[in-house]
Design a protein around this ligand. Sequence first.
Ligand code: COA
Length: 166
Amino acid sequence: MKAIYPGSFDPVTCGHLDIIERATSVFDQVIVAVAVNLEKQPLFSVEERMELLRQACGHLENVSVDCFEGLTVDYARQKGAKVLIRSLRAVSDFEYELQMALMNKRLNPEVETLFMMTSAEYSFLSSSLVKELAHLGTSINGLVPKCVEEKLLAKLGRRAQEAEKR
Ligand code: COA
């Protein structure tokens, strides 16, 4: 069975990767899909986010990386997938995720949302927090895949240099 794991992935963290790895043992094929979300102001372009995901998931044979615009359920239909994977980190995620799952169900009753609990060691993690730590020069080792750490430090380091010049 094919499943889609949609998200912003700006950037992918070890918490996301943990969900992806666990999903690969449940589903035959997992499509990690970067949403082109016009409401969020991403640090990384869609292409950069996809490239980082590809590098981070390079060891997983049944994972592919893609992007989509528009409704997730329309994308799922287009890909022939009937399952959306989402993760829950804490109770605070529940309300938003329930709302989204119910709306997706209304939009396409054939698509099921399956939730996986984030592993305890990543339950406090978010892409924004990682970016904030990196921006403040704090180590993000162990919170993101190595490729993300390098790219994040290079990007924010360059930004800091540019800001200093101004
Ligand atoms: N480990 C670490 N962090 C996690 C995590 C995990 N397991 N699961 C979620 N997060 C964090 C992310 O890092 C992200 O942090 P940030 O807000 O600091 O960037 C946050 O939780 C939200 O994550 P994400 O899964 O990317 O959700 P989102 O709200 O940005 O996007 C979509 C959700 C893309 C699935 C949703 O907006 C969507 O479906 N968009 C398409 C349009 C659509 O269909 N709309 C109707 C929906 S009903």
